[in-house]
Design a protein around this ligand. Structure first.
Ligand code: HEC
Length: 157
């Protein structure tokens, strides 16, 4: 092969690789399922890790609801902050690559919304407003749960 052909071949291979990486970035590692949700395929330890984060979300919401009822905005703010953006960044790159872009955006928006909730609790401290905001925030939990589930990928795939 002459050098022009070689450089075209290299360019083509790089372009295909880049397109694949871009495609993966948007779609992640997913499969359609019978129950209408998109399954995100991951290893068992990855699934355990992300489900444990989910339980932390739910525990946080439980503490926040109780604190709102007690008009304890300090606890609301502290708890919301602990599951806000400060709680992101722990996932290994390998797992992040398996998550579809839409899922990642929704996940980030949920963490960010807890920071906003903490700010609302600190600034205004109106229990009814904070509760209404929490209700709206939780639409992110329910809409993501309606669209996705985690499945364990085959060991040898
Ligand atoms: C970006 C998507 C997404 C968001 C946002 C999200 N979840 Fe989840 N969550 C999931 C998926 C997917 C599962 C696994 C469901 C399955 O495999 O059937 C899950 C599972 C859970 C579980 C089960 C944990 C276990 O041990 O099995 C709880 C509890 C939970 N989520 C709580 C929450 C709460 C509370 C919020 C909002 C504050 C939330 N999640 C926001 C995607 C999300």
């Amino acid at each position: 092969m002459n050098s022009v052909k070689v450089s075209w071949t290299i360019t083509a291979v790089l372009a295909i690789m880049l397109a694949f990486v871009g495609f993966k970035f948007v779609t992640g590692s997913t499969q359609q399922t019978d129950d209408g949700r998109t399954a995100i395929m991951m290893t068992a330890p990855e699934r355990d890790m992300i489900l444990s984060e989910m339980r932390t979300f739910l525990e946080g919401v439980q503490t926040i609801v109780e604190a709102i009822a007690a008009d304890d905005m300090e606890t609301v703010a502290a708890t919301a902050t602990s599951i806000g953006m400060a709680a992101t960044g722990g996932e290994p790159a390998q797992l992040i690559a398996k998550l579809p872009l839409d899922f990642k955006s929704l996940g980030m928006a949920t963490h960010k919304a807890f920071d906003d909730l903490a700010m609302e609790a600190t600034d205004m401290g109106d229990a009814n407003v904070v509760l209404a905001n929490l209700g709206e925030l939780m639409l992110r939990c329910t809409s993501c749960h309606a669209g996705y589930r985690f499945d364990v990928e085959d060991e040898d795939s």
